[in-house]
Write a protein that binds this ligand. Structure first.
Ligand SMILES: *[C@@H]1O[C@H](CO)[C@@H](O)[C@H](O)[C@H]1NC(C)=O
Ligand SMILES: *[C@@H]1O[C@H](CO)[C@@H](O)[C@H](O)[C@H]1NC(C)=O
Ligand SMILES: *[C@@H]1O[C@H](CO)[C@@H](O)[C@H](O)[C@H]1NC(C)=O
Ligand SMILES: *[C@@H]1O[C@H](CO)[C@@H](O)[C@H](O)[C@H]1NC(C)=O
Ligand SMILES: *[C@@H]1O[C@H](CO)[C@@H](O)[C@H](O)[C@H]1NC(C)=O
Ligand SMILES: *[C@@H]1O[C@H](CO)[C@@H](O)[C@H](O)[C@H]1NC(C)=O
Ligand SMILES: *[C@@H]1O[C@H](CO)[C@@H](O)[C@H](O)[C@H]1NC(C)=O
Ligand SMILES: *[C@@H]1O[C@H](CO)[C@@H](O)[C@H](O)[C@H]1NC(C)=O
Length: 381
């Protein structure tokens, strides 16, 4: 029994050994094949036939050389700080997806992507862009997805994006501009993008959406959550109504629930465009904080301004009354304390008056006595 057991064990070991040899052969074969087909796999990168991946390798430039039929290039988390015409010296006909998230890119020169005619997705999120040439893309760029999430050096550089979108990427359908601290959207920033379907502007500080900003009829996803919007004006609401399949996200904004919000509340109640309309709440005034916009009644939407003015006026009237009363009391008190002096003063005045009047009286009597008239005439001479 024991011998049979050990024999079986031996057989199994043999099989294992065979399998081992087989796998080593496969590995060896793959390695040999691999070295022949990926002659061009750069240092610090992992390559398959169509993907080159060099993530978090402290690279400071695009690794070279790249396989010609590469479709996806992942370079996230390196230290690349600029892209120039030399970044892609060889034409990569099939490269569609380029990931450059989490680098230190400040500068994107003209012509950078000229050798990437099929570029479809460009992820430049988490960089520090100061300058992005509108000529970075070739004519007839095929770019459809552009990720610029937390990508700008600061919000002042929004014009860089505006210029880029104006004429360089006509086929763009997905634009991610979240986390950039944007305060406003430049006029007609999206107007050249006729195929725009998705715009993500979440977590900026946008205070106003001007009417005319969103006109692409293809738009079906617009994320404006976590911005600084206090209200949407009639013109903007009318723009949204013109876009047939739009889904709009508006939660996380500090809605200002006063008389100016009435139009928007009515619009919200009848419109299906706002996907998260249940989640919109007032931030001001304090009495209405956290109230759902949908549940606001018309009479609650008062203008803080007039209410404030009224109470200010009321308090100022009360104050004025109190001051006047005080002055009156003080006046009376002074009169009372000075009553003797005042009495004396009045007597003095009375006496003075009397003397004066008596003087008149006397003179009148003299003037009216004809016997004394001559006398006075004579005395004048
Ligand atoms: C990519 O190109 C290499 C040679 O450069 C070739 O061996 C391989 O088959 C190509 N792969 C594809 C998917 O075209
Ligand atoms: C854009 O980049 C951010 C940050 O890297 C990422 O979280 C997000 O998923 C990306 N969006 C798209 C559509 O690729
Ligand atoms: C953006 O950076 C520039 C240059 O450093 C600076 O002058 C400007 O004030 C900054 N703008 C904002 C909004 O922080
Ligand atoms: C877009 O470019 C055209 C000319 O190509 C120019 O007239 C227009 O003002 C630009 N718009 C913006 C928003 O930059
Ligand atoms: C929102 O954007 C700011 C940059 O403007 C960033 O610092 C912050 O982390 C972002 N918040 C979230 C939740 O992503
Ligand atoms: C937009 O998309 C349509 C169809 O999806 C396509 O025919 C057109 O060329 C695209 N580009 C522009 C700029 O309209
Ligand atoms: C906004 O539009 C509504 C009807 O669509 C109209 O009744 C209202 O007066 C308008 N409000 C302003 C401020 O123009
Ligand atoms: C509303 O907010 C809640 C909690 O923040 C969230 O779970 C839910 O998905 C939101 N609803 C919509 C439609 O976005």
């Amino acid at each position: 029994m024991r011998e049979v057991g050990s024999l079986r064990l031996l057989v199994i070991k043999g099989k294992n050994a065979n399998r081992h040899i087989f796998t080593s052969c496969v590995v060896l074969f793959l390695a040999c094949f691999g070295t022949t087909s990926s002659v061009e796999c750069p240092d610090k990168c992992g390559c398959t036939t169509t993907t080159v991946e060099c993530v978090s390798q402290n690279l400071i430039s695009i690794p070279q050389p790249l396989t010609l039929n590469i479709t996806t290039l992942l370079l996230n988390g390196n230290n690349i700080f600029s892209l120039s015409e030399e970044s892609f010296p060889v034409r990569l006909e099939q490269l569609t997806n380029l990931y450059l998230s989490g680098n230190r890119i400040e500068q994107v020169d003209p012509g950078v992507f000229n050798n990437l005619p099929s570029l479809h997705l460009l992820d430049l999120s988490n960089n520090k862009i100061l300058n992005f040439s509108p000529d970075a893309f070739p004519d007839h760029s095929m770019l459809q997805v552009l990720n610029l999430s937390r990508s700008l050096y600061n919000a002042s550089y929004v014009d860089v994006v505006s210029d880029l979108l104006n004429k360089s990427v006509p086929e763009l359908s997905h634009l991610i501009l979240s986390n950039n601290g944007l305060l406003f959207l430049p006029d007609s920033i999206f107007n050249s993008l006729l195929n725009l379907t998705t715009v993500d502007l979440r977590n900026n500080s946008i205070v106003l959406i001007k009417s005319g900003t969103f006109r692409s009829r293809a738009l079906n996803y617009l994320d404006l959550r976590d911005n600084a919007l206090k209200r949407l004006l009639n013109g903007t609401l009318a723009d949204f109504d013109q876009i047939p399949g739009l889904r709009l996200y508006l939660a996380g904004n500090p809605w200002h629930c006063d008389c100016n919000l009435g139009d928007m509340v009515i619009w919200l109640q009848r419109s299906d465009l706002v996907a998260d309309k249940m989640n919109l709440t007032c931030a001001e005034p304090t009495e209405l904080r956290n109230t759902q916009l949908l549940k606001l009644k018309d009479e609650e939407l008062q203008c803080i301004y007039s209410r404030d003015m009224k109470s200010v006026l009321e308090t100022s009237y009360v104050f004025l009354g109190m001051v006047l009363a005080l002055i009156g009391v003080i006046f009376l008190l002074v009169l009372y304390l000075n009553r003797k002096g005042i009495k004396r003063w009045m007597y003095n005045i009375r006496d003075a008056c009397r003397d004066h009047m008596e003087g008149y009286h006397y003179r009148y009597e003299i003037n009216s006595d004809p016997r004394l008239a001559n006398l006075s005439l004579n005395s004048d001479v």
